[in-house]
Design a binder for this molecule. Structure first.
Ligand code: KG4
Ligand code: ZN
Length: 354
């Protein structure tokens, strides 16, 4: 008679930091048994961006069905869940609270540890998931709707933030420029699509800090330059009469904007690699789904002879599989107390939560 299999130790990861409600079940080999993502794009589309109150209400409605579906798809029973990981920072406070409350409740009822995951660091951990092996230490770029951050990733649990944006995030710039051009939310994929038929040299938009020796971004000037290209410069004397916004002019503006953002992102990765001396570059976050950015990063990597790991597209935008970072915390017993709170602002170091 064959011995019964020992019970599996599985991680349940929950993500609700912005406008995606997600849950995943991951085994100790970082194998993703299920990854369920319920997006809310249709609810925010007409506002041109995420409305926090709408987001938290939608998370409330979706969180239990999403967790349920993730468990069903994984074939796991609740008794096999050995720990619950949840994105607790950074993000929208109301959205984070829904995920954390669900995670705390499950941890309490199942009597398993709670693991607090940094959402931005999890975006980089998506690269480790894609590689299927250890990828640390490495340099890291996260470009999402809320963040444009440069890291020295010393280990899977030691991420030093070396640079960020002084105003808009890269994804936010894509979304705002899309709004100026009359496109829907989220703007990134739509800008990428229409930019394909535009001339990236038609407009010379600013590349802020590109030449400066500093690991910072600023995209608000670029966004304003696009606004003026579309609507004209306010108060300018002898204001030229702007040509009408034909589909070609829209495509040229989109392509020129995209080229400017990408040149800056790639330029700062180059500086980051020099500063850190790392031989691996990890890139994650929603904007990393952009094809031109992926191509330009590949060129940089071959020029510098470094290893480049960009998260696969399904792991670029928010998902819970990247919450597999929780396994690193679990293995190091970096547990969080059940009375912990969400930390909506970005924290540079891991929160001292236990
Ligand atoms: O990481 P993410 O799903 O959510 C946040 O944590 O913010 O990133 C969403 C952002 C949005 O701003 C969206 O416009 C942008 O990623 N994005 C893209 C592309 N796909 C998504 N930006 C440029 N090109 C894309 N293909
Ligand atoms: Zn994100």
């Amino acid at each position: 008679m064959s011995e019964p299999l020992p019970p599996r130790r599985l991680l349940l990861a929950i993500e609700s930091s912005c406008d995606e409600t997600a849950a995943a079940v991951i085994d100790s080999n970082r194998r993703v048994l299920s990854n369920v993502v319920a997006t809310q794009h249709e609810l925010h589309e007409r506002f041109g961006g995420v409305v926090p109150e709408i987001a938290s209400r939608a998370h409330l409605e979706r969180i239990l069905p999403v967790i349920d579906e993730a468990l069903k798809k994984s074939g796991a029973s609740l008794s096999e869940i050995g720990a619950v990981a949840v994105a607790t920072h950074p993000g929208l406070v109301g959205s984070l609270l829904v995920g954390l409350t669900a995670a705390k409740t499950l941890a309490l009822v199942l009597d398993v540890p709670l693991l607090a995951v940094n959402h931005i660091e999890a975006h980089l951990y998506a690269c480790r998931m894609a590689a299927g092996r250890d990828v640390f230490p490495a340099a890291g770029l996260v470009v999402s709707g809320g963040h444009s951050n440069l890291y020295d990733c010393r280990s899977p649990v030691e991420f030093d933030l070396l640079g960020s944006t002084t105003d808009d995030a890269a994804g936010e710039a894509f979304d705002k420029v899309a709004q100026i051009l009359g496109l829907e939310y989220p703007g990134g994929p739509l800008i990428e699509k229409i930019a394909a038929t535009g001339n990236p040299r038609a407009f010379s938009f600013p590349r802020t800090y590109l030449k400066a020796e500093r690991l910072d971004f600023s995209f608000s000037g670029l966004k304003t330059a696009v606004l003026y290209a579309v609507r004209g410069t306010p108060g300018a004397r002898n204001r030229p009469v702007l040509p009408p916004m034909t589909p070609q002019r829209t495509a040229d503006i989109a392509a020129s904007f995209q080229a400017a953002v990408i040149e800056v992102l790639v330029g700062k990765c180059d500086q980051l690699l020099s500063r850190t001396g790392r031989k691996t570059l990890l890139v994650g976050g929603g904007v990393a789904a952009n094809t031109l950015l992926r191509e330009r990063l590949k060129q940089l990597a071959s020029l510098r002879r470094i290893e480049l790991i960009i998260a696969p597209r399904e792991y670029c935008t928010d998902n819970a599989a990247m919450g597999a970072l929780g396994w690193e915390l679990w293995e190091r017993e970096m547990f969080s107390p059940l009375d912990m709170d969400v930390l909506p602002g970005l924290v540079r170091k891991r929160a001292a939560t236990g």
